[in-house]
Design a protein around this ligand. Structure first.
Ligand code: NAP
Length: 259
């Protein structure tokens, strides 16, 4: 089987300003896609555009708060001019706290971004895809799930609930959208070093815990790195590789959830 790459494909990535989203923009544009990144931080998006277009890659951005009340309307306008073939629903947040200490504000913030905003951003992308069927059956939605969509950890009640919700949504969307040739899958990473996990992984005891939990962890690279997700992301985005894959999750966790 040969990959036809993502040449000629339009890809939209949310949470593009840093971490996994910025890496996804780079990897997918290097595979030939025209990439549109979305996040709030205009400065970081601008720097990313400078870096990627400087390498001859096709990348632009839109600064947008996905939790704003007008987010769906703004996405509709954006997708009227840029119909995505692949939509990477990546923007996400966490606020670790013991279940009994979770505030309403923390609950709403994390649920509001990871589930509510993710749901309606995906809906805007799907509506644009369905209204513009020209790209045939090479279309895909990729939700950034987590291994915490499969298992849980202490202090992660809200985050784990959001990621389990996104796995359910992945399955339900896959069924609704199969008739439109749109595949829907999730990518489920273990802990990856990004600005999101920096405060947690700066704690040597937590770092050791993460490394100890991963059977594939090796001494010179004990914690997951951004590049560890590249292959799974390309596989899920590229319908010439994953054309019959839908409604499932590709977990990249060094064996964590196998135990
Ligand atoms: N890192 C990990 O270990 C790990 C493991 C499993 C799953 N994940 C998942 O992977 C995804 C990315 O994680 P990450 O580690 O790369 O996180 P990160 O470094 O904190 O980046 C989060 C991204 O989301 C964007 N974002 C946050 N709120 C937003 C909003 N209201 N509107 C638009 N964009 C918003 C941020 O940009 P702005 O601040 O500029 O808006 C940023 O680009 C998340 O869904 C996370 O749950 C991460």
């Amino acid at each position: 089987m040969n990959s036809s790459g993502l040449s000629g494909q339009r890809v939209c990535v949310t949470g593009a300003s840093r971490g996994i989203g910025a890496r996804a923009c780079e990897v997918l544009s290097k595979a030939g896609a025209q990439v549109l990144g979305i996040a709030r931080s205009q400065g970081e998006l601008f720097d990313l555009r400078e870096r990627l277009t400087g390498q001859g890659l096709d990348f632009d951005f839109a600064a947008l708060d996905l939790t704003a009340t007008d987010a769906s309307q703004r996405l509709d306008s954006l997708f009227a001019g840029f119909v995505p073939d692949v939509f990477v629903n990546n923007a996400g947040a966490t606020r670790p706290a013991a279940f009994q200490d979770v505030s309403l504000e923390d609950f709403d913030r994390v649920m509001g971004l990871n589930v509510r905003a993710g749901f309606f951003a995906s809906q805007a992308a799907v509506r644009a895809m369905i209204a513009n069927p020209a790209s045939g059956n090479r279309r895909a939605i990729i939700h950034l799930g987590s291994m915490l969509g499969e298992v849980a950890l202490p202090g992660r009640s809200v985050y784990a609930a959001t990621k389990h919700a996104m796995l359910g949504l992945t399955k339900a969307m896959a069924l609704d959208l199969a008739a439109h040739g749109i595949r829907v899958n999730a990518l489920g990473p273990t802990y990856i070093e990004t600005p999101l996990t920096e405060p947690l992984l700066n704690d040597p005891a937590f770092r050791q815990f993460v490394s100890d939990r991963m059977p594939l962890s090796v001494p010179d690279r004990p914690i997951g790195q951004l590049q560890d997700l590249d292959g799974a992301l390309l596989f899920l985005a590229d319908s010439s590789l994953s054309g019959l894959v839908t409604g499932t999750s590709v977990v990249v966790d060094g064996g964590w959830t196998a135990q």
